[in-house]
Design a protein around this ligand. Structure first.
Ligand code: BG6
Length: 483
């Protein structure tokens, strides 16, 4: 398969928080991968900026170490040395004037400027203001902002208003890295590039939809942040909500940023408030090998959830009557993310009772082993009458596309290149984020008001027993969590 990597236009990318954890783990290794793939033009430059004071040479050592740690497969060390030459560092004071003149000298006029705010949201306003003051922002400027984008509707609105003082919405790229995952985009290709699924994609044919994002890691190391967020703010309000939108939305008229985002927004606005008995919150316990959530978070009385399962109704013509079940959690039995569209039973079985109950399930796997499986019912081979069995029509993308298929870029790589290209389709618009908080806030206020404690669950399990009950009492069951 011929490489179809198209280099983007020349750019200067400034990473505020350039020595931080996200830069080290994702942004810088991701840029290097794009460099190896030939997508970064020769003249592109990356400028790290933070309060610390490394020289260019020390910063390059930092980046070299990050790349060596996180790009372990097929790393081209000669390319790494060339990539490092594109790097610079400026020590900058977000709240003062230090370093800004130096940054202004470094950033070139005639290229695209992207400023990545990989810093605490409390600094967004200061950075935006100083970029303007020092003449660093023009029509070729984009800013990239990381989650968490607020912790409720009020703070998200305030952040949007602050950014809007200095930048147009078309210049603001709010990252939700789930939108950069290969299979998430494939969801749109599958839905809107085939005639097969769309006629069945509604409450007449779909019994329910399950979205699971399960992790095996705990919150150790990020406990202080996580304990103020919990699974609802950390995962549901953004990542799972985006997945739900892509599954539930109407076909946009074009694959263009606002057409897609308009349709997603309509879904969020159609979500019903969630009843307390449709929510199960959990917190992982410790065992001999791993410590409990409360120990990880260093908060012995924490009421924060590391697991949540919920039933959501989308009140519109397409989905009324088809529940969406969402669950996500830490320290579960496997790392796996998948969406399962569970279709209804055939209206009448010509094969009689003994043929049993068979359902088509379309499973979309985000990770690991990205791909799709469609469960279909066939006759069990051999003599002995008509016995039915379910078999998977399995399409693991890596197998289906063959060994020469281009390796899918990681979410961050793709999204950063989209920023340079000026394509906002896979980024959240301000009104979308606000609508998601408007739906989330009353849910959180509800359990906080009731002083509810999450149920504990064993590490390595599927979450609290009550989460199973959420489905069982309606005659449904979660799919097994396995990788
Ligand atoms: C982040 C959350 O946004 O997504 C983390 O803050 C979570 O808590 C992570 O672990 C999961 O991302 P991925 O790509 O590993 O599924």
């Amino acid at each position: 398969m011929v490489s179809r990597v198209i280099p983007v236009d020349p750019f200067d990318l400034v990473i505020f928080g350039g020595t931080g954890d996200l830069a080290r783990r994702k942004i810088l290794p991701g840029l290097f991968r794009r460099y190896m793939a030939g997508q970064m033009p020769e003249t592109a430059r990356v400028i790290g900026a933070s309060r610390s004071e490394p020289s260019d040479a020390e910063y390059r050592d930092f980046v070299r170490a990050a790349v060596e740690e996180f790009v372990t497969e097929d790393r081209d060390d000669a390319a790494l040395s060339q990539f490092l030459e594109r790097l610079h560092f400026v020590s900058i004071d977000a709240k003062g004037e230090g370093g800004w003149a130096q940054l202004a000298d470094l950033v070139r006029d005639d290229v695209i400027h992207a400023y990545y705010f990989s810093v605490a949201p409390s600094l967004f306003g200061d950075l935006a203001e100083r970029l303007h003051k020092h003449g660093l922002a023009d029509n070729n400027t984009r800013i990239v902002v990381e989650k968490p984008f607020g912790r409720d509707l009020g703070s998200a609105k305030a952040l949007n208003a602050t950014l809007a003082q200095h930048f147009d919405e078309t210049q603001i790229y709010r990252i939700d890295h789930y939108l950069g995952k290969e299979t998430v985009q494939n969801l749109m290709a599958v839905r809107f590039g085939n005639v097969l699924f769309e006629p069945l994609w509604n409450s007449q044919y779909v019994d329910h939809i399950q979205i699971t994002v399960a992790e095996t890691v705990g919150v150790g190391g990020r406990g202080a942040y996580y304990d103020k967020s919990g699974a609802m703010r950390d995962m549901v309000q953004n990542h799972l909500m985006q997945l739900l939108c892509l599954i539930a939305m109407e076909p946009p008229s074009r694959f263009s940023p606002d057409s897609v985002r308009d349709e997603k927004l309509k879904v969020i606005r159609a979500l019903d408030p969630v009843m307390p008995h449709h929510i199960v919150r959990g917190q992982y316990d410790g065992d001999g090998d791993t410590v409990s959530y409360r120990e990880d978070a260093e908060n012995a009385r924490s009421l924060t959830e590391s697991f949540i399962a919920m039933k959501i109704n989308v009140s519109n013509w397409r989905w009324a009557g088809t529940p969406f079940y969402l669950r996500t959690g830490k320290r579960l039995k496997a790392r796996t993310s998948e969406i399962a569209v569970v279709f209804k039973d055939a209206p009448h079985s010509i094969f009689g009772e003994e043929a049993g109950r068979h359902r088509n399930i379309l499973t979309i796997r985000l990770q690991p082993n990205e791909g799709m499986t469609l469960g279909v019912t066939i006759k069990e081979p051999g003599p002995g009458g008509m016995r039915l069995i379910d078999v998977p029509l399995d399409m693991t993308f890596a197998d289906a596309l063959g060994p020469d298929a281009e390796e899918a870029p990681e979410a961050y790589e793709r999204l950063i290149m989209d920023v340079i290209r000026g394509n906002q389709t896979l980024f959240m618009r301000g009104d979308e984020v606000e609508a998601a908080w408007a739906w989330t806030d009353p849910i959180i206020e509800g359990w906080e008001g009731r002083g509810e404690a999450p149920k504990t669950y064993d590490p390595g399990s599927s979450g609290p027993e009550d989460a199973q009950m959420l489905m069982h009492r309606e005659g449904r069951r979660w799919r097994d969590i396995r990788d």
